[in-house]
Write a protein that binds this ligand. Structure first.
Ligand code: AMP
Ligand code: MG
Length: 388
């Protein structure tokens, strides 16, 4: 049995190579740019009015002669002599011969006679060509995560598609004769199948929107065939259950027969001891324990960070330190992940830590990682937490 750190290291040494994908801007939301994006235009593309008001060719009097109008979107050009003004609107093209725009609120207009309430400096309220970005400049560098603002920024440069790191396709295979889909009658001996939707939700939190669910009963041949199909159709396979040592746990045997290389099997941790990670060609397989809290814990500690790396997210340490709000006795030969709640600098362990229970996991916002051993943590001691 290996340690948590050894398991993490093994996975880090076997991360599949990130693939690139060209996506339309909106589809690329929450993806990481795989290449720099270069602007092919100046932004703004022309001298642009920042106000509703009057474009002026400044002279040394406050009185101007109004000779016309340019609205946003107009393409006609006008020539202003010193002392002449045109009415102009926010976003409209300022004529080359105009050298300032005065806000309408700072003027009074009588027929064609425009009087300024105050003097105005050259270039006031005119956005210069390329003020935001110039042609051939890099708009966003490789490694940037696309959010609403970056998508708007790129669309404003006329860009319609970008090259990003591909989100892996993920299969979720649930095993177990006892499982019934929520919405159906629960016969004696059965339980509702909840791991598939839980893992789907966790994947959505990890910004992997689509995953495919496969279901299989506790039968060796069916398990093997389902794993084969799911591996064929996905980049990453998450298997739930069937990985312990029971007579009806067929996942390990099926993976072996399918020549999936075991990176590790069994980690010295609680919950989640039976975790297996495997490799098949450039694909990864995680066989997660069936107990829901163990399954989700393994997802957060092992799967989530790997997904981040495959999808090009920059590395930042997955753990941070917080002060525990109460004394806590550790008496365990396995390293533990405890459902907990943190706020500011503090963290508290929650009740109901059993691997079959999600009731307090549902209220927790982190997992505390406690190394194995016999020791007492005093209130105020620093512990490592993983955000979930
Ligand atoms: P296993 O790892 O297959 O031995 O399952 C361990 C425990 O988790 C058993 O009590 C199962 O009934 C339960 N379990 C397994 N798969 C699921 C699932 N998909 N949803 C909810 N509970 C499950
Ligand atoms: Mg089972």
């Amino acid at each position: 049995m290996i340690s948590v750190q050894q398991a993490i290291n093994l996975l880090n040494n076997n991360i599949p190579k990130s693939k690139k994908n060209q996506l339309s801007l909106l589809d690329a939301q929450n993806h990481i740019l795989a290449d720099d994006v270069v602007s092919t235009i100046n932004m703004p593309p022309f001298r642009q009015s920042a106000m509703d008001g009057f474009a002026l060719n400044i002279h040394d009097s406050l009185v101007y002669n109004l000779i016309g109008e340019i609205k946003a979107g107009d393409s006609h050009k006008m020539e202003l002599k010193p002392g002449e003004a045109i009415k102009i609107f926010t976003g409209a093209a300022v004529p080359d011969s105009a050298n300032a725009v005065i806000q309408v609120e700072k003027t009074s207009l009588n027929g064609n006679r425009l009087e300024l309430n105050e003097t105005i400096n050259l270039n006031t309220n005119i956005r210069p060509i390329g003020e935001q970005i110039k042609t051939n400049e890099v708009a966003l560098i490789k490694g940037t995560k696309l959010n609403a603002a970056s998508i708007g920024f790129l669309a404003g440069l006329g860009i319609t598609t970008v090259t990003v790191y591909k989100k892996p396709s993920i299969g979720i295979l649930v095993t177990g004769n006892e499982l019934v889909k929520p919405g159906n009658n629960l016969e004696y001996g059965k339980i509702y199948e909840s791991n598939s939707i839980m893992l789907q939700a966790a994947l959505i939190d990890s910004e992997v929107k689509k995953s495919t669910i496969y279901e299989v009963n506790d039968d060796f041949l069916n398990t093997k065939n389902s794993i084969k199909k799911a591996l064929n159709e996905n980049d990453i396979l998450l298997i739930s259950g069937g990985i312990s040592v029971g007579d009806y746990d067929f996942v390990k045997g099926a993976l072996n027969e399918l020549q999936v290389e075991t990176l590790f099997y069994k980690v010295n941790q609680k919950p989640g001891k039976p975790l297996l990670a495997g490799k098949f060609e450039d694909k990864l397989v995680f066989a997660l324990p069936g107990n829901p809290a163990a399954s989700l814990t393994c997802y957060y500690i092992y799967v989530k960070p790997i997904l981040k790396k495959i999808t090009g997210e920059s590395e930042n340490s997955s753990t941070i330190k917080k002060e525990i709000t109460h004394n806590f006795i550790v008496n365990n030969t396995r390293s533990q992940f405890l459902k907990a709640n943190f706020s500011d600098n503090n963290v508290s362990v929650l009740s109901h830590q059993q691997s079959s229970m999600l009731n307090t996991f549902a209220l927790s916002n982190c997992l505390i990682h406690l190394p194995e051993g016999n020791y007492e943590l005093k209130k105020g001691s620093k512990v490592d937490i993983y955000h979930i």
